[in-house]
Design a binder for this molecule. Sequence first.
Ligand code: COA
Length: 249
Amino acid sequence: MPSDPGSTGPVAVDIWSWSLAPSFVDIADALALLSGDERDRAHRFLKDIDRRRYITGRAGLRRILATYLGIEPRAVRFGYNNWGKPELDLADRSSLHFNLSHSAGEAMLAVSAHAEVGIDIEEIRPIEEDIASHFFSGFECAALAALSDGERLVAFYRCWTRKEAFVKAHGAGLSVALDSFDVSLETGEGQHLLERLDRDIGRRSDWALFNLDVVDGFCGALAVSAAGRDVKVHYRSRSARSANMASMM
Ligand SMILES: CC(C)(COP(=O)(O)OP(=O)(O)OC[C@H]1O[C@@H](n2cnc3c(N)ncnc32)[C@H](O)[C@@H]1OP(=O)(O)O)[C@@H](O)C(=O)NCCC(=O)NCCS
């Protein structure tokens, strides 16, 4: 997961967002962009809504990455690391990093030429059981317990998306123990939301962890392997999510 070691300037990360709602996309056009293994996966979804969202997500991913690479969306080739993280399978473009997240009909994508990225969005829904104690560290559980009932649900999702974004950026999936690092539950501006990191996972100062600006009713976070550099986040499609992105998809 190294950052680009040759550069000392800021790490630039583009954030793209789009709707996975059926009205935003011609599903046949989207399916035509997918590879054979992506189509096989699409056909394995039991629910039509999940299949359509997967197809729309992968088609959007291909269309956006294709603009960076200067190739056709169908020509984008993915490889996967040992934990299933998709990467670009282009030897001469190995420095273009990306990560996709989707939840309840919304998709967000982080793209950077400079550093590994991980992104997570989640729709804020009521939680029926004590999920926090199963997934969060002692520090995070204590921070959550100290909040009022009215604050706790959104703080839960802040914590969840920050942890998930870090794990996704790291690349080793859930083999990264969820109690090996702490994230802040504060609303938090800036890039310093990673509070602690076990040494065997890496150096805390190498990572930047952000709150993301997401649509109402959702929480989102971005993690960047920035190696101490500043990170500049550029929102590329938020204002165009209804009209222009529909034609793009
Ligand atoms: C698969 C996983 C990477 C994320 O799952 P998720 O949050 O349900 O889903 P998201 O929408 O955020 O991310 C899925 C996308 O991430 C990418 N992805 C898949 N495996 C990945 C991995 N190992 N690392 C990074 N990204 C990965 C893919 O593009 C995938 O989209 P696709 O399947 O449409 O291609 C994994 O971390 C997981 O299974 N998490 C389970 C949830 C959990 O226990 N979280 C604890 C947080 S406290």
